[in-house]
Design a protein around this ligand. Structure first.
Ligand SMILES: [Cu+2]
Length: 263
């Protein structure tokens, strides 16, 4: 039942084929963001279109009742409703539970109650194992400390190393959100940052520590949770130059970056 603050055009809205209704679910997980999943087929990405079997125009056009017998709890429902010739209203909401069926119109069909097994916001199960960090174990080198700072920053904007120097880098995160650090090839900041931002919708993003697949990524830590530390051991590049470092938690890299100067 949709109530408008102005009458809709009854002549066109009465036609059930002019309206479109779809639903989908989000999956709650420790990853950032969710794909849009079918409600009817929970392990399939996509939306379910629900048939509108009739439209009742009530109260002189100020109220529309769309008869949607399949309506079910869903993270999102999208109603694309025609309100006049070539005029549409798009409405989005969450269906937590269904009320009593509305049947106060001629020809109302009694609803057959359906067993609805999938609540809105069910838990995601990612099958991908968490990636093991290749630099977490190994021979130690010169101790270097890097710290996350409030406001999506690294406390150290610049680090310096000698060509080929063995380093043990301890990255600590006193912040309230997770961060990581990736060292990448000179000039690659924008490209790697763009790839990281795209991982926002990747269900395996967290298992991959939001490290993009790119030959320009040299060395990285795991995603480090608030109040945690992570140490990696690696050799600074042989070639002298300015090697950017960044956090690839989607959205952070633009401000959360620095430069490793290899001399
Ligand atoms: Cu970050």
């Amino acid at each position: 039942m949709i109530t408008f603050n102005h009458p809709v055009d009854a002549a066109v809205t009465r036609d059930a084929r002019q309206h479109f209704v779809q639903v989908w679910n989000y999956l709650t997980s420790s990853a950032y963001g969710s794909q849009e999943w079918s409600v009817k087929h929970p392990k399939t990405a996509g939306h379910d279109a629900l048939e509108v079997t009739s439209v009742q125009v009530l109260e002189g056009g100020r109220r529309l009742f769309l008869e949607v017998p399949e309506l079910m709890p869903a993270s999102q429902i999208h109603l694309h409703v025609m309100t006049g010739p070539d005029k549409f209203a798009d409405l989005y909401g969450t269906v937590h539970q269904l009320g009593q069926p509305f049947t106060d119109f001629p020809g109302a069909k009694p609803l057959v109650a359906k067993a609805l097994s999938v609540p809105a916001g069910n838990l995601a199960v990612t099958t991908e194992p968490t990636r093991v960090n290749p630099w977490a174990k190994g021979e130690g080198g010169r101790s270097v400390k890097l710290e996350a700072a409030l406001g999506l920053q690294f406390a150290q904007k610049q680090l310096v190393a000698k060509s080929g120097e063995r380093l043990s880098l301890e990255f600590s995160n006193p912040d309230a959100v997770p961060h990581n650090v990736l060292f990448i090839k000179p000039g690659a900041l924008q490209r790697v940052g763009d790839l990281a931002n795209k991982m926002i919708t990747d269900p395996a993003g967290l298992a991959r520590h939001y490290v993009p697949e790119s030959p320009e990524v040299l060395v990285y830590t795991d995603m480090v949770q608030p109040s945690h530390k992570f140490t990696i051991h690696f050799n600074a590049p042989q070639e002298k130059g300015e090697y950017p470092y960044l956090c690839t938690f989607p959205g952070h890299w633009l401000v959360m970056n620095g430069v490793l100067k290899v001399e």
